[in-house]
Design a protein around this ligand. Structure first.
Ligand code: HAM
Length: 436
């Protein structure tokens, strides 16, 4: 980043020993199968809730993200920004809401506009477990309605996603950031209260209060805890309209059976929030990175980005953190799809039969594996066992004369002969019976 001297771990890369850049990671099989399971679960759920996919560029004009808030860490310290060859100030997406709102303002689709996304995000943070310089989010945004039912639907979309994965240690924290009528007076009161205590707490505390009194509330510093604990709470100073909206959201969450805890000091790290804000936290993760997702209302952002006044609400869920939470709770252990059949060639290696059979079975919808090159039958059976396939399909000479194959159940080791013409149907029937 401009002005930062590289630290030891960021010294120039020795090209003979390439590694993924610090704070990034490769996702390899079989782990990548967990990603497919997670993203497709989210995609199916979002579709049931009436959301369609939106894909925005990985980079935007830097100004798009400045709307997120000049006082926020994400914009001030963590943005991967650069000037491109055309002299434009560009930033890699640090968060997902601003690009979606930019796209909304640019294309003015009919409202309510309900969209979901899966995308990499970039933040120049100090990497640690659950905190990366490139992380991935699935998220959803709704533009065009301030109905509290939308808040509840959006929260329900995320809530059921965690539950669907089997995560039981994820809970929902809820707050309201109020509106323009309630917030400025509250922030002034909070600033005054905090500055009254700045004497005891020192220069850094004072500087943070001067910069953003709200964000001090979110601090996890032990020595500030008591003062923060006694600070006035925004939810005690909401306008009538804001309070009524927030109470309706809470009541309707109760109606649909979504447990939530009020968190009056929950201040999410962006300036765009108005009204309902929320975070999903897992007590299976380290406290510093326990947020597995978060979001809220941003009823003024579209207008600030040059569009018509349009309320909005959404959330982002960190894929890597959800997977860490799954590990901690022993969920989504192995999402690799089972191989339905492994074709073993007992015929002349040059016959081409194994390619033909594998192709035919794959085209009929089965997951099929085989070995390549000239491997002994014994080695092929070994590979079949290692693959975890349900069945081994043996192309043998004697069977071939009867236009048949030998099919071995690799669990029970039972073997039957199946006619070549019936093979695909036979394997599919076994797969369906097993519910694979
Ligand atoms: P966020 O809270 O900054 O919100 O990020 C959403 C989620 O992304 C976090 O709860 C966490 O799970 C994950 N996450 C964030 N930073 C990292 C990181 N460095 N490494 C790994 N995971 C991370 C937003 O981005 C908002 N755009 C959410 C939103 C959507 N609000 C309204 N609509």
């Amino acid at each position: 980043m401009p002005g930062d001297a590289p630290s030891a771990d960021e010294a120039p890369v020795d090209v003979s020993r390439y590694r993924a850049p610090i704070g990034t990671h490769d996702v390899l099989p079989p782990e990548s199968n967990r990603w497919i399971a997670l993203v497709s679960a989210f995609a199916c759920r979002a579709s049931r809730f009436g959301f369609d996919l939106v894909v925005t560029p990985v980079f935007e004009h830097r100004e798009v993200f400045q709307r997120v808030g000049e006082s926020t860490d994400v914009v001030r310290k963590e943005m991967y920004d650069f000037t491109d060859k055309g002299g434009r100030a560009i930033a890699l997406r640090p968060e997902g809401t601003a690009p979606v709102v930019r796209a909304f303002v640019q294309h003015h689709p009919p409202t309510p506009w309900k969209v979901w996304y899966v995308a990499p995000h970039f933040r120049y943070e100090r990497p640690q477990k659950g905190r990366y310089r490139q992380h991935w989010q699935v998220g959803a945004e709704v533009l065009g309605s301030d109905d509290p039912d939308v808040d509840v639907e959006v929260i329900a979309l995320a809530h059921g996603f965690y539950r669907g994965l089997g995560l039981e240690r994820v809970s929902l924290l809820l707050n309201s950031m109020g509106d323009e009528r309630s917030r400025p007076a509250y922030v002034a009161m909070l600033r005054e209260y905090l500055l009254d205590h700045a004497g005891e707490l020192g220069g850094e505390f004072r500087a943070r209060v001067e910069q953003s009194p709200l964000r001090v509330l979110d601090s996890k510093r032990d020595d500030w805890h008591d003062v923060i604990e006694r600070a006035p709470q925004l939810t005690d100073h909401l306008s009538d309209e804001s309070r009524a909206h927030f109470e309706t959201v809470q009541r309707r969450l109760d109606d649909v059976g979504i447990e939530h805890a009020l968190a009056p000091r929950l201040v999410r790290g962006y300036d765009y929030y108005t009204g309902t804000t929320f975070e999903f936290v897992s007590d299976a993760l380290d406290a510093a990175q326990n947020a597995v997702g978060g979001g809220g209302r941003y009823d003024r952002l579209a207008e600030e980005m040059g569009g018509p006044p349009t309320p909005g609400i959404g959330f982002g869920i960190g894929i890597e953190r959800v997977l860490i939470a799954c590990d901690a709770e022993g969920k989504l252990r192995d999402a690799s799809p089972m191989v339905d059949a492994f074709v073993v060639n007992g015929l002349d290696p040059g016959s081409g039969e194994v390619a033909l059979v594998a192709n035919e079975l794959r085209e009929s919808g089965l997951r099929v594996e085989r070995t390549y090159g000239d491997r002994s039958v014994k080695a092929q059976w070994k590979a079949a066992d290692r693959s975890g396939a349900a069945f081994g399909v043996m192309l043998g000479r004697a069977e071939a004369e009867r236009r048949a194959v030998a099919v071995k159940d690799l669990r029970t080791r039972e073997q039957v002969e199946v006619s070549r013409d019936a093979l695909a149907g036979w394997l599919r029937a076994r797969r369906d019976e097993a519910g694979r």
